[in-house]
Every structure is written in structure tokens, then in C-alpha cells.
Design a protein around this ligand. Structure first.
Ligand code: 9MR
Length: 366
């Protein structure tokens, strides 16, 4: 078992920071009559899904919730480089293959996430020369995209290429070793390995009305212009949409909606890829917290759902139980975050109710 898998298993069993009592609070039950977000989304030609990992499949109610609520899955961490090529001469597709089998068992699709990212990289990639890095990259893309040829809904070829401060490209090892051309090159290699699969650039921090997000949007626009000028294969932009609740200054998304309209001249699809709400700044009380979280989902989706080229929405997980936020952005009061449409015990939260009514609503039609 990899280090990442072990960490998650401990977490799942309640020994990774959350109280075990939370695991036993309520009976676990997936309501058969609960409307399906995926079915509602489909009525507006939208694919609806969520990030998943193989641990989640070991709990029948959790797997059942995915079957009921999603038609699109994305591996939360098991399709990253450190997992797929742990040693230079060994590829291991067993985990994402299991997710693909699960997706197919109920006619759902799987998104590829992600080929190039500055995190979760195998250590053998360290200390390679520029030429060796380029060779390793090409082999990786060729092998991985080739393994899944014709089987995925889309591929996140490059994840988070924009610099954190919004000034220029992220100074990751590919930029440093191969220069800015690495983006175009990676897209082209992916296209050679699979002639059809939509290729995506995915990034975060682009959504709120803020000076930083505005800079990041400008930078992304420049990148898309450059890639288009050079005729690089690129079919969609993924916006992660890890939203952050802020009771003092609730985020708004006017600039983002305008940005999507501006980007539409490039003939690209838009994906919302990792939607959730970080509730660290919200009060402990569940009812109050859930109301604010749901409200933020509503503000965001009201701004983006009318976008004609919006093709899919995936939340970053489905149940709060294993949300990354509990590890990466824990609340100061030690309570678990409540960022997703279903709570720790797989019961629908206020966010779920808001999503149902938004997806049914005519006023945000696209
Ligand atoms: O949620 C993911 C977490 O479980 C993994 O440990 C981590 C490293 O692989 O990646 C997290 O997912 C990230 C995603 O791949 C890219 N955008 C940011 C997400 C949260 O960190």
C-alpha cells in the first residue's frame, strides 16, 4: 500500500484526526427516492459527477450514493504520477482501473486527472537532466494516455500551470527544465496517444472577484491565446472552484462570468472540476454553517450555469467524510468541515437541496 493510500485508510477509519463518534452517529442509509443530481443535470445537458477513491468503494452506502448521484467520476488522487509510475520501470494502473470498472458498472464516465502536476510526483523524477525529464514526460504521457485510449471522458493534461501569485507561469520543474513550450508539447504528446479524448488545462483560484483571481484569469487568457496561435490541441478549460466561505466579505463571481463570456471566442468547453466550499471561517453550528455553504454554492452556480459551453460539474468528493479539506485546511475548532452535498453520514445537506432546486430552475437555464 502506498503512503497516500495508508494515510487515507487511517483517515477513513477515523484515526486520522476525526472523532470516531462521528462515524457512528446516524444510521447509514441512501434514500432511494432522493432525486439524482446527475439525472437533473442531464436534463440540462450537463454531466454531473464527483471525485472518488477506491477506499470509498469499500463502503456499500458510499458506493451506492455515487451510483445514485453521479454519471461522471474523477480519481481524487489515484491517477497521479506517483501512483501510476512508482518506479522508473514500473507502471501500475490497478487503482484507476478499478475506478473505471466501477464507473462502467452503472454507465458513468471517468475523467483523467492529471498528467502534469507539481505535486504527488515520484521521487525518481528528482535530479534528472532536462533531456531525461523530457524523455520521462513523453514516455509517461504516451503510456498513460495510451492505456486509457478511447475510454475517458477527458484528460486534465496540465494541472495548475498558472503561478500562485498570478504573475506568469508556475515555476515548476517543467518550466524550469523545458521552458514555456512544455505546455504545448504535453498537449501534443497526449493528442498523439489518444486522437479523440478532450484535452484540458485545469487550474484554481480563478473564480472570485479579487485582484489575485483577476490576475490569474488574465494569465490564463494569455496562455490560451498563445496555445491557440500555435494551434496546440486544447478542448476545454477546467476551473477547480475550491470556494472559500468568508462571512465578512461573501465572495461574488461577476468577473468570472464575464471571463467565461470572453473566453468563448476560443471555441472551448468549460468544466467546473473540483467544486467544494472551505467552511473554516464559518461558525461551528451545523445549521448555520450549512446555510452559508449552500448559499455560496448557489451564488457560484447561478453565475456559471447559464454559460452555454459549460459541459460538466464535478464536486471534490460527494460526502464530507473524506474531504481533503479536513487534512489540508482543518478547522480551528477541530470539527470536520462540511464542504459537500452529503454529510459525514451520507445524509443530504442544505447544499444538496440547493443543488436540486438550481438544477431544476428555469431562471439559470443555459
Ligand atoms: O484531494 C486530493 C488529495 O486527496 C490528495 O492527497 C492531493 C495530492 O494528490 O490532491 C488533492 O486534490 C487536488 C487536486 O488533484 C488538484 N487541485 C487541488 C486538489 C486539492 O489539493
Amino acid at each position: 500500500m502506498t503512503r497516500f493510500a495508508l494515510k487515507r485508510r487511517q483517515f477513513l477509519l477515523g484515526i486520522g484526526g476525526l472523532s470516531a463518534a462521528l462515524l457512528t452517529g446516524q444510521p447509514l442509509r441512501v434514500e432511494a427516492q432522493q432525486p439524482s443530481l446527475a439525472e437533473l443535470a442531464k436534463q440540462r445537458s450537463l454531466l454531473w459527477g464527483a471525485a472518488i477513491s477506491t477506499e470509498m468503494l469499500t463502503i456499500p452506502d458510499w458506493a451506492g450514493l455515487y451510483r445514485q448521484q453521479t454519471r461522471l467520476l474523477v480519481p481524487e488522487w489515484e491517477m497521479k504520477w506517483a501512483v501510476l509510475q512508482p518506479d522508473r520501470d514500473r507502471f501500475d494502473f490497478s487503482r484507476p482501473d478499478r475506478l473505471l470498472t466501477f464507473a462502467r458498472s452503472y454507465q458513468a464516465q471517468l475523467r483523467g486527472h492529471t498528467l502534469l502536476w507539481h505535486q504527488q510526483l515520484p521521487t525518481w523524477l528528482n535530479n534528472l537532466t532536462a533531456t531525461e525529464t523530457a524523455t520521462a514526460l513523453q514516455r509517461y504521457i504516451d503510456t498513460v494516455v495510451g492505456h486509457y485510449r478511447g475510454q475517458l471522458q477527458s484528460w486534465d493534461v496540465i494541472n495548475e500551470p498558472i503561478a500562485e501569485d498570478g504573475y506568469g507561469l508556475r515555476p515548476n520543474r517543467w518550466l524550469q527544465q523545458l521552458g514555456p513550450n512544455y505546455l504545448e508539447q504535453a498537449l501534443r504528446w497526449a493528442r498523439v496517444a489518444d486522437a479523440q479524448v478532450p484535452l484540458v488545462i485545469n487550474d484554481y483560484g480563478l473564480e472570485p472577484d479579487s485582484p489575485l483571481a483577476t490576475r490569474k484569469r488574465q494569465q490564463l487568457l494569455q496562455l490560451v491565446e498563445t496555445l491557440r496561435d500555435r494551434d496546440a490541441p486544447l478542448q476545454a478549460i477546467g476551473f477547480q472552484a475550491h470556494l472559500v466561505a468568508n462571512p465578512q466579505a461573501p465572495p461574488s463571481f461577476t468577473g468570472f462570468a464575464e471571463f467565461l463570456a470572453e473566453l468563448s471566442r476560443f471555441d472551448l468547453d468549460f468544466y467546473i472540476t473540483e467544486l467544494d466550499v472551505n467552511d473554516r471561517a464559518l461558525p461551528a453550528n451545523f445549521a448555520e454553517r450549512d446555510r452559508e455553504v449552500a448559499h455560496l454554492y448557489q451564488r457560484f452556480l447561478t453565475a456559471v450555469l447559464p454559460t452555454p459551453r459549460l459541459k460538466l460539474v464535478t464536486t471534490w468528493g460527494l460526502s464530507d467524510r473524506l474531504s481533503w479539506l479536513n487534512q489540508f485546511a482543518p478547522r480551528a475548532d477541530g470539527l470536520p468541515q462540511r464542504p459537500l452535498p452529503f454529510d459525514f453520514n451520507f445524509q443530504p445537506t442544505e447544499t444538496y437541496g440547493i443543488l436540486v432546486s438550481l438544477l431544476q430552475s428555469q431562471s439559470v437555464s443555459n
